[in-house]
Design a protein around this ligand. Structure first.
Ligand code: DX5
Ligand code: ZN
Length: 216
């Protein structure tokens, strides 16, 4: 069986005790840390910027999975790379030159991903999949943690899995939004490689157990 990567989203962590919360998920067996960056423009919420990533880089060796929900990633991605991001995922719905952005991020020696919102179909990004390390499928409307998983996104995950396997692309499928111990299994069955989970992991009394149930 392939290894499923777990990437807890710190959006649901206690921001007054971020170091504690990150240490506790690291100890609990998380593989990555998911950092949700929102600009109040691409999505109706504002979160953190590169200074937070830079500070966190000093307290953990976990892989930093940075999800940019911002209108102009071409303007800001480099700051996140310098701050210590290992993977930068931007949204396919932006107006910028996506092919160029992919090449620019890749040439800085970190991984690059592209995300699709619930209303965006796989066919809209299909041509770019060969150049990507990861496609992030949103299973809620981006902007807030703690929302309900949209099960009608499952066929999208299955379709993406087929395309990647058929063409032998080296591209991971990440799922983000409403992931808990029930929805995780449906996503794994549909072909997910990476699961983001915010509210479920950080509201659990025992995060290690919560993480274990995501893949059991
Ligand atoms: C939503 C974010 C998600 C979110 C996941 O816009 O991209 O990463 O925080 O949180 P849960 O697991 O609570 O839906
Ligand atoms: Zn996210």
């Amino acid at each position: 069986m392939k290894k499923i990567i777990i990437s807890p989203s710190i959006l649901s962590a206690n921001f007054a005790k971020l170091e504690n919360d990150i240490n506790s998920i690291e100890y609990a067996g998380a593989d990555w840390v998911h950092v949700d960056v929102m600009d109040g423009h691409f999505v109706p919420n504002i979160t953190v910027g590169p200074v937070v990533v830079k500070s966190l880089r000093k307290i953990t060796r976990l892989f930093f999975d940075v999800h940019l929900m911002i209108t102009n990633p071409e303007k800001y991605w480099h700051e996140f790379q310098k701050a210590g991001a290992d993977l930068i995922t931007f949204h396919s719905e932006i107006q910028s030159d996506k092919r160029k952005l992919i090449e620019d991020i890749k040439s800085s020696d970190i991984k690059v991903g592209m995300s699709i919102k619930p209303k965006t179909s796989v066919s809209e990004i299909e041509k770019l999949i060969p150049y990507l390390d990861l496609v992030l499928v949103m299973t809620v409307e981006p902007g807030f943690g703690g929302q309900t998983f949209m099960s009608d996104m499952i066929p999208k995950i299955e379709y993406l899995r087929k395309i990647i396997d058929r063409n032998k692309y080296k591209c991971l499928i990440e799922i983000d939004g409403g992931i808990n111990s029930q929805t995780s299994h449906v996503c794994i069955k549909a072909g997910a490689d990476v699961l983001v989970s915010g509210n479920y992991v950080f509201s659990a009394k025992n995060p290690a157990e919560a993480i274990k149930f995501l893949v059991l």
